[in-house]
Structures are given as C-alpha cells and as structure tokens.
Design a protein around this ligand. Structure first.
Ligand code: KDG
Ligand code: MG
Length: 410
C-alpha cells in the first residue's frame, strides 16, 4: 500500500493549537493514517477562541475518518451541507481545514502547492510593506527606509493631527499592531482633518520619492461614499496603486458613487468571507483589486473560485497580509500568488522573530518580491514545543468614536 491510498489518506487526528508569540494565532493540524501532517491557519483577529471552539466542537469530530484527498467534497460538506453558512467564524474554520488538506495532498504528491494549482505564472509575488509616521515627514522617512530595504510598493499612513490614535500608526515605536488590549481601546475619529491631510501626505511622498515606487493607502472604512469619492478624486494626481476600503462595503452599491467621480484604483475585501460579499462589486467593475484572502474566506478552494470570477471582470488579487494572518496563511497565499493568473499584489507586514520561530517557513523576500519555496506542501510548519511557551493572551481590536461620542466604523 502506498501513502496515497484511500486508507492511508484517512484522517486519524485533528488538533487545534492556540499560541501567542507576540500575538495570537490559531492553527489546525490534521494528520493522516500514514503520518502526513497538514496545517491550516484559523486566526480571526480578536475572535480567536470563537474559531478554535467552532473547530473543536463542530468540525474536528466530522474530520476523523474522512479521506484527506477529498478536498472539494469536504469543503462542500462544511459549507453547502450546513444550514448556517458564511460569516467570518465559519469561513475561517473551513479555510483552516481546506488549507491543511491542500498541504497534505501536495505533500503526498511530493510537490510544492503551487504546482497542484496549475504551476507558476510568475517567479515572485510583488509585495507592499507598511510605512507609518506621527507626521508627514516621519511617514516619508519610513517610505524611504522601505525603498532602501528593497520594497517597490509601500502603503503609507500618517497620524491625523489632533487625534490621539489613528488607524495604522504605532504609538510605541514598535511595528503597528491594532489588537492591543483585552477590551477594545476607544479611539477617536475626525473625517474633515483626515481628508485635508491625506492628499498633502501623498503630494509630499511623490516629491520625496518620485514616481517609480507604488504607493497605497487604507482608509479603513472611515468615510461615507461621497467623502470617499472626494478623497479618491483628490488623490488622482499622485497615481496611487490603490485606495483601500474607502467606505464600508456592506452596501456594495456605495462604490458606484465613488466610481462616478474618480479613476483612483480601488481595493476592497479583507473583511469579506465569501464570493457573495463582492459579487456586485466585481460584476459591475466597481473595484480593481479584491483583498479577500485564504484564511478568512473558506481557503484555497473558495478563493480560487473568487479569483476566477474576478478575472472575468479584470479585477486582480491583492491579498490581505497583516500580522494577524499567520505564516501558515502567508505560505499558502504565496503559492496561490505564484499561480493565480490575475495576480495584483500581496500585502506583507513582517512577523515578529518569535512568530517566525514558532512557524518555520521557506518563503523569502528578495527585490521587493516574496518567493514561495519548493518544499512539498505550503512550506510552513509549527514548532509545537515553542508554541506551548506562548499561551493565549486575550486581545481585541479597538473601536472608534467621533468627538461627540458617536460610535464610528473601525
Ligand atoms: O485584523 C485587522 C487588521 O488585519 C487590519 O486592520 C489590517 O487593514 C488592515 C490592512 O490593510 O492590513
Ligand atoms: Mg486594510
């Protein structure tokens, strides 16, 4: 009997591993009778234990005894077969199973995961890093440091004068990490000041760094549609690679208004978890980049469908890649990026040294691009002994209020 026979592919063990090497991560570890292990990321920032419980109570009992090779059927079982569909918790749990199974199947084939998807379409994935600063000069210095490190694309965020905390800005001097406290930190928001500042920021960045570097910006759902249209129009002279999450997208038609006023490319979708969340946006070509990534949207099986659908409308991928997406998600995403025909860009915030030690991986950064490795599977493993030294720490994302106390979009 070979390792690839149905009996050897039988899932005999599935475990959820929660660890906090600087920030919380949830990982699903699936093992077959032949001892092949697959890993899937199941991290949902600030809601980690909800996914861990969903996996533990509702998914793992259904996995034992299944054929790990039946990736599609397993996906359909947990999605189509279930009465309660969609939602970030469910889709993150399904993603963890899906990625772990793709990892196993690629290992059985002895191939890197990208090969299972159809092989490489490119050598490396263009990535963008995060530059942030307490004022425009500091943000510009950070952009320079990124360019010196080899980045060809940089997201720039700047503190809004008069606001104590702004999305994307580190106050501690360390890398920005939004989930800072056990209960949500209350932050302030003011749209008029922000709308004045951002065009000034990008004007300065183009003066300081020229036109070769790709610049990106994230409005993090703070604007109304007409405010978003104004910002997108005001940023046109600075030729952004994209303006992200300009307005909340629950009402997908809101983007029609932005499009009517501006040609600044738009990116949306890191909080989406299904193709249905962006169907209108894509079909009507209201966005240019879809940010929905593997861990929060049902894994490779679903995101592949989403990317193919997006390709029909010339929408390209620009996967979410903040630090709350573990190296396991990053590894899988980079294999996907190597294959997907309509690739745009990949976000990459470096993980801490502790995180990289807990999740050894074979992807590397070179000349502004990330390259997935050639080892079988997605190329990311876990050091469980080390992981156990970093127990879970409760942390939630902040909330934002206007100066008069009104709760705002975070
Ligand atoms: O979990 C929330 C973060 O991942 C998010 O705030 C980061 O908006 C973000 C981005 O574009 O990376
Ligand atoms: Mg974002």
């Amino acid at each position: 009997m070979t390792e690839g026979s149905p009996r050897d592919r039988e899932i005999v063990n599935a475990r959820v591993i929660v660890t906090c090497p600087g920030r919380n991560f949830v990982t699903l570890r699936i093992e077959t009778r032949a001892g092949i292990v697959g890993l899937g990321d199941a991290t949902l920032n600030g809601r980690e234990l909800a996914v861990a419980a969903y996996l533990q109570e509702h998914i793992v009992p259904n996995l034992i005894g299944r054929d790990a090779g039946r990736i599609e059927d397993t996906w359909q079982f947990f999605y189509r077969g279930a009465y309660w569909r969609r939602g970030p918790v469910t889709m993150t749990a399904i993603a963890a199973v899906d990625v772990a199974l793709w990892d196993i199947v690629a290992k059985l084939a002895g191939m890197p995961l990208y090969q299972m998807l159809g092989g490489r379409s490119r050598e490396g994935a263009l990535v963008y890093g995060h530059a942030n600063g307490r004022d425009i000069a500091e943000t510009s210095d950070e952009v320079r440091r990124h360019i010196e490190r080899g980045f060809r694309a940089v997201r720039a965020q700047c503190a809004v004068p008069g606001l104590e905390k702004t999305y994307g800005i580190s106050s501690s001097g360390k890398a920005y990490e939004p989930a800072e406290s056990a209960l949500p930190l209350e932050t302030q928001w003011s749209t008029p000041q922000y709308l004045r500042l951002v065009p000034e920021l990008f004007e300065r960045l183009r003066v300081d760094h020229g036109n070769d570097v790709e610049l990106l910006h994230d409005a993090h759902h703070r604007l109304t549609p007409i405010e978003a249209a104004r910002l997108a129009r005001d940023l046109e002279p600075y030729r952004l690679f994209w303006l992200e999450d300009a307005t909340p997208a629950e009402n997908q038609r809101a983007f029609e208004l932005i499009r009517r006023h501006s040609v600044t490319p738009l990116a949306v979708g890191e909080v989406f978890n299904s193709i249905w969340d962006c169907k209108h946006l894509i079909e009507q070509q209201l966005i240019d980049f879809i940010r929905t990534t593997i861990v929060h949207a049902g894994g490779i099986t679903h995101v592949r469908r989403l990317a193919d659908f997006a390709a029909l409308h010339q929408v390209r991928t620009g996967f979410h890649g903040a630090t709350d997406l573990s190296p396991v998600c990053m590894g899988a995403a980079l294999h996907f990026d190597a294959w997907v025909p309509n690739f745009g860009i990949q976000e990459w915030m470096l993980h801490s040294q502790e995180t990289d030690a807990v999740f050894p991986h074979d992807y590397v950064f070179r000349d502004g691009r990330l390259f997935c490795g050639e080892s079988p599977g997605h190329g990311v493993t876990i050091d469980e002994k080390l992981a156990a030294k970093f127990p879970y720490v409760p942390k939630q994302l902040p909330v934002a209020r206007l100066a008069d106390g009104t709760m705002w979009d975070w």
